[in-house]
Design a protein around this ligand. Structure first.
Ligand code: SAM
Length: 239
């Protein structure tokens, strides 16, 4: 290919994701792993007209194409260490879904829970997300099962989602906080905590250490401890 054929292109964000994940730690490795993880896509002008989404209500799931905006400063890498390989072995970036890729482009198939056009805002309510709060959205497309779901497809063993043997328990005060929060907001906080901890978000390097862990979901700080195969959610507090 001639150098002059390598054109630069520019794209603009069509919207933004407001997500239950204000920080990276705790975000599932892939969409769908935590069905209770929810967010809202707000479309920007001029993409916020209702007509751009007409017909989308007929689909249970949509593809969101987005920018890994909080990985841009870290640049891209030709090989990365996938967490599923214990953070030790390397794979080519194109063999992974790593955020540290050229163009920092991500794609997630998420559940479309609903849509609203209100006060000039076009809002898409989404579930099963793996997206950081304020992620820029580049495109939205319907998920088409006959084409996008490939039952005969195979993947390397190391990308399979292992069966979790983690047991999750809540202290009384953590459970009571979740119950109050859920009654007030309608958000499924305790279920989301369980879905995340079942996937064991600890970095491989910290799995042997005995220490407390913390993550943020919506405006809540959550702390937990791990002992062998048991997670104890110790406390939940407002940030
Ligand atoms: N499903 C997408 C894909 O395949 O392109 C994302 C997979 S990527 C392995 C998921 C991780 O990206 C999350 O665990 C989170 O740490 C990170 N992430 C999500 N949104 C991000 C953002 N806006 N900027 C940087 N990292 C992000």
């Amino acid at each position: 290919m001639h150098v002059e054929e390598r054109k630069n292109v520019s794209v603009e964000a069509i919207g933004i994701v407001y997500s239950c994940f204000p920080e990276k730690f705790g975000i599932p490795r892939q969409a769908g792993l935590a069905p209770s993880a929810t967010g809202i896509v707000e479309l920007y002008h001029p993409y916020n007209r209702r007509e751009l989404c007409n017909g989308l209500e007929g689909f249970s799931h949509i593809w969101i194409y987005f920018l890994f905006h909080k990985a841009i400063d870290e640049g891209w890498k030709s090989t990365v260490r996938p967490p599923r390989l214990g953070g030790i072995e390397r794979r080519g970036v194109f063999a992974t879904r790593s955020p540290h890729r050229p163009n920092h482009l991500g794609m997630s198939a998420v559940e479309l829970l609903g849509m609203r056009h209100i006060d000039g805002k076009m809002l898409l309510y989404i579930g099963g997300i793996d997206l950081l709060d304020k992620t820029p959205v580049l495109d939205i497309k319907p998920y088409i099962p006959y084409s996008d779901c490939l039952p005969g497809a195979s993947a390397s063993d190391w990308v399979e989602d292992p069966v979790s043997h983690m047991q999750i328990i809540f202290t009384k005060k953590a459970q009571e906080f979740c119950d109050r929060y859920e009654r007030k907001t309608g958000r499924k906080l305790s279920r989301l905590i369980c879905e995340i901890l079942l996937e064991d978000p600890r970095p491989a390097s910290q799995k042997e250490k005995k220490q407390d862990f913390g993550m943020r979901l919506w405006e809540v700080n959550i702390t937990w401890t791990v002992s062998v195969k048991q997670c104890t959610v110790v406390n939940c507090t407002f940030i």
